[in-house]
Design a protein around this ligand. Structure first.
Ligand SMILES: NC(=O)c1ccc[n+]([C@@H]2O[C@H](COP(=O)([O-])OP(=O)(O)OC[C@H]3O[C@@H](n4cnc5c(N)ncnc54)[C@H](OP(=O)(O)O)[C@@H]3O)[C@@H](O)[C@H]2O)c1
Length: 309
């Protein structure tokens, strides 16, 4: 397709998405994901696992990435048993050489990826005054939430641009808009990915490659399980979150936001001092968890003893 019609198509992508969705429902046409290659990072658990299942159920060939090979194999088997198509690629996204090897294998075995879901991540909720001797909190979050996904995206982008279409979904957080206290390391790393992708999308526009930043609120996954303060809070299930990721892959919006996230963003813009004051009060009202104060050993999935979202 020549650049002008493609650009117009992308301009109208979000406004026309509901009409295309309605037409699919009326005609029984398959999801646009059918027959597509979808790579999901963090597919061994939570939102990523549910997203992989949901994409496979729509006919996508899903490529499963995370560190725990046995969990990926379990999921691959379950997807194939249900009639879907999946392949497992164990990889530690904080290891640059492993990411490069992953890119090489995926391109050799599947060609260009149609949708990349940068979902793997690590969350840390810890006050600044408890973090002065924990610079590794900053390093760990930036490694998996920013450097890994950017390296993977840069590896897969040339083939997407070459084929004239592609889509990258980043699972970030409403904290990008809120800028909630205690989440400095985590939110800064997610904001870096959010911003990098927005800029990359402006450069790849003419090649039909788009980016979506998903600013989720709380989702009930293993990542947030150790934080008692979240036990009673409203949260999406991983399946509800996955349905939103699938919808984003089908409709390709720029962002997927929550109402509170949008309100927080506007407040930060029009009344930044008031916003600081309100968040300061919130910070005082919600102390660090016992685990965050003690700095206990890290948990299994890369989430911190004081996780959150
Ligand atoms: N849960 C929430 O409330 C919430 C809200 C907003 C945003 N998010 C974001 O949603 C994403 C998914 O989190 P979740 O809630 O579904 O948590 P989860 O169940 O703990 O899943 C985290 C996933 O990331 C993978 N992972 C962690 N470190 C990795 C590494 N170095 N290399 C490769 N994979 C790695 C883990 O797999 P392995 O351990 O097998 O490597 C796991 O599959 C994260 O980016 C998180 O920040 C979550």
């Amino acid at each position: 397709m020549s650049p002008l019609p493609r650009s117009l198509g992308l301009l109208l992508q979000s406004p026309t998405a509901p009409a295309r969705r309605l037409a699919r429902t009326l005609t029984g046409a398959p999801s646009p994901l059918a027959g597509r290659t979808v790579l999901v990072t963090g597919a061994s658990s939570g939102i990523g696992e549910a997203t992989a299942r949901a994409a496979a159920a729509r006919g996508a060939r899903v490529l499963l990435v995370a560190r725990r090979a046995e969990e990926l194999e379990r999921l691959r088997g379950e997807i194939e048993e249900a009639g879907g198509s999946a392949a497992a690629y164990p990889c530690d996204l904080t290891d640059g050489e492993s990411v490069d090897a992953l890119v090489a294998s995926v391109l050799a075995e599947h060609g260009a990826v149609d949708h990349l879901v940068n979902n793997a991540g690590r969350s840390i909720r810890r006050s600044l005054h408890l973090s002065y001797d924990r610079f590794h909190d900053v390093e760990r979050t930036i490694a998996v939430n920013y450097l890994g996904p950017v390296r993977l995206t840069m590896g897969l982008l040339p083939a997407m641009r070459e084929q004239g279409s592609g889509h990258v979904v980043n699972v970030v957080t409403w904290g990008v808009q809120m800028k909630a206290p205690k989440f400095g390391a985590y939110i800064a790393s997610k904001t870096a990915l959010d911003t990098w992708s927005r800029i990359a999308g402006r450069e790849t526009w003419g090649d039909g490659v788009t980016f979506t930043n998903m600013r989720f609120a709380l989702v009930r996954t293993p990542m947030v399980a150790p934080t008692e303060a979240y036990a009673d809070q409203r949260a999406l299930t991983p399946e509800q979150a996955a349905a939103k990721v699938v919808r984003a892959m089908e409709d390709r919006p720029l962002t997927v936001d929550t109402l509170p996230g949008r309100v927080g963003e506007v407040l930060n813009l029009v009344a930044p001092r008031l916003s600081d004051y309100l968040f300061h009060l919130l910070d005082r009202a919600q102390p660090d968890s016992a685990a965050a104060r003690s700095g206990a050993a890290s948990l299994r999935s890369g989430s911190d003893p004081a996780p959150g979202s």
